[in-house]
Write a protein that binds this ligand. Sequence first.
Ligand code: ATP
Ligand code: MG
Length: 324
Amino acid sequence: MTETAIRIENLTRDFETVRAVDGLSLEVPAGIIFGFLGHNGAGKTTTVRLLNGVLAPDDGTARVLDLDPVRDGPALRRRTGVLTETHSLDERLTARENLLIYADLYGVPRAEVPRRVEELLATFELADRADEPVGGYSTGMKQRLALARALLHEPELLFLDEPTAGLDPVAARRVRELIARLSREGGRTVFLCTHNLAEAQQLCDRVAVLEHGRLVALGAPAELARRLWRGLRLEIELTPASAPAALEALRAMPGVGEVEWDAPVATARVSDREAIPDLLAALVAAGGRVYRVSPREPTLEDVYFALHGDMNAKSDERKKEVLL
Ligand SMILES: Nc1ncnc2c1ncn2[C@@H]1O[C@H](COP(=O)(O)OP(=O)(O)OP(=O)(O)O)[C@@H](O)[C@H]1O
Ligand SMILES: [Mg+2]
């Protein structure tokens, strides 16, 4: 098994008027869930299509499982599963028929087919509608079937382009659990395009943020947040009567900064969560009547908005510098 599932160097793809992917370079280690984020039109789907050999690049190279997606397409497709934005199911056929045709196409061993098909239909709660034409399915049912189809040949690398789009909250959660399980237990690599930042934060070991086809951030979600905002912000709930002495103690503590008071909550910045017990002890020693101390770690959503927010060009550049 290769240690690097995907290796992209200077990948570039133009359409008539736009450069959809612009000098993209990155590596995806095998076995992780890699999140691919960015606004509508940022170039996520185009990248997935380049990595699957559906499109050829205008410049740069891509290696997927040590294969060239354009030249080695058939060999690669046997080892990868793809959930595309538009699922291209055959709507005239039933769910079961759709799966059987794909099993054949992807060379699933004959003896394995019935078990896998039934298992997937059950996993995606399609068993009781499995013999109806897919044309009559709801959006979410089609999405679930397309996901089942992508898993049929038990691929070692999965491309999922917005797998939870159009799913109800219960189905979306089940799909997220399934993705996590596939990665954890199956050791599979997942390349996940999503607009759902909470989903990316929860699932992804690493994320890349794309903007106009260019990479603007790359790293683990928590690491990106740490690079943008040093330390940890704490909220400390106090009685107003005890606040003056408590705030004075806070301001005197080494390593504590940005102390503010907005009754009944003080905020302060510390280096990390290890600073909390000492801070609490100092507050209590100063007579602070403390009801709550809650760390508020910045989320991937905070990072995303910081990247795409209204920033002047200079701070924009600075942010991008620290996020790559
Ligand atoms: N076949 C095509 N012909 C012309 N332009 C295209 C084609 N495919 C993509 N593009 C353009 O390339 C850019 C990137 O599109 P892409 O679909 O990769 O974005 P995306 O990040 O997947 O967006 P979304 O979040 O909306 O799915 C867009 O400007 C899009 O209009
Ligand atoms: Mg897309």
